[in-house]
Write a protein that binds this ligand. Structure first.
Ligand code: ASP
Length: 312
């Protein structure tokens, strides 16, 4: 058994590990592990207290994948519900669909009996105001202070800065029966354009699990993982016989083809192969990840391999 996560997943490790230890499924474990992160108001990259879009609205993305059945559920741009991972799980369980977005996702959450609430906490709102102040010229705003609709694209370009305010949580588990599952949850880029989806809810981009080979989940600049199909690439490289670290490095190498300067290639990934080997890599120095496996009394934190993306 093993549970791995991006470092901000530390607050969810106990909940996920308890399920694995009790003989529960990897799918239940990754959902349960994600929920405390989504409820953590101090984590401004996920769930309640997440940083909002350019209009000050918190919009959440999440996905969950069962590596045994290859079933997946996802939600995008969900407003007003703090646990997008559980909405995603119910999409997987209850609907003949993989992804719901926006009002449809919120309607489904309400139908499930989840309680709507305001997710914008005072510190996140203050950071949002401070993030826009000084960056947006006065003529972008109505007299009442709101950003004009026709200025949203320019406002987003001026205000969003994934190097400064982004983040996501990743979990991958393998249960006692050897089944893997993966979960990803995020509030996405701070001050993003309303309705923007990142890689986190896109199966194959930010999240993928297949028990024949392994699983991978991403954090970082979501648009890059969407364009390169990064999580699925790792699993595909495993399928082609690459060792886990080589599979992760190859998926990073593919980002080089996107033609961005290396300093704009912000990407991190956690990955697990079918044998329970784990690996985490990042383009950003200093990043860590957490894991717990059978025989460990508590999670451990390890540095990630730092792998710069170079052109290919
Ligand atoms: N991947 C997330 C997104 O693009 C953000 C992040 O992980 O920093 O929405």
């Amino acid at each position: 058994m093993i549970l791995i996560a991006s470092s901000n997943g530390a607050v969810g490790m106990e909940a996920g590990w308890a399920i694995l230890q009790a003989g529960g499924s990897a799918l239940d474990a990754v959902e349960a592990a994600t929920r405390p992160v989504e409820a953590n108001p101090d984590d401004h990259s996920v769930g309640y207290g997440g940083y909002p879009n350019v209009l000050g609205e918190v919009e959440l993305d999440a996905s969950i994948m069962d590596g045994t059945t290859l079933q997946a559920g996802a939600v995008g741009a969900l407003r007003g519900f703090r646990h997008p991972i559980s909405v995603a799980r119910q999409v997987l369980e209850e609907l003949p669909h993989v992804m719901l977005v926006g009002d449809g996702a919120a309607g489904f959450a309400a139908e499930l009996g989840m309680q709507p609430e305001n997710l914008l906490t005072p510190p996140a709102e203050a950071a949002w105001r401070a993030g826009l102040d000084g960056r947006l010229p006065e003529e972008f705003r109505h007299a009442q202070g709101q950003i004009m609709e026709r200025m949203l694209a320019r406002a987003t370009r001026l205000a969003t800065d994934p190097e400064r305010v982004a983040g996501t949580v990743n979990f991958i588990a393998q249960d006692a029966a050897g089944r893997p599952a993966s979960a990803v949850s995020t509030s996405g880029w701070a001050w993003k354009y309303p309705g923007r989806l990142g890689d986190s809810p896109i199966i194959g981009a930010g999240n993928y699990a297949d028990d024949r080979y392994g699983a991978a989940a991403c954090t970082g600049w979501g648009e890059l993982a969407i364009r390169a199909g990064t999580a699925r690439s790792v699993v595909m490289y495993l399928q082609h016989g690459y060792a886990l670290e080589d599979a992760c490095r190859a998926a990073f190498h593919d980002l080089g083809a996107l033609g961005l300067p290396p300093e704009h290639c912000l990407m991190s990934m956690v990955a697990l192969d079918r044998h329970g080997q784990h690996c985490a890599i990042s383009t950003i120095p200093g990043r860590t990840y957490v894991y717990q496996s059978s025989g460990m009394a508590a999670p451990a934190e390890l540095p990630r391999l730092i792998v710069p993306v170079t052109g290919s």
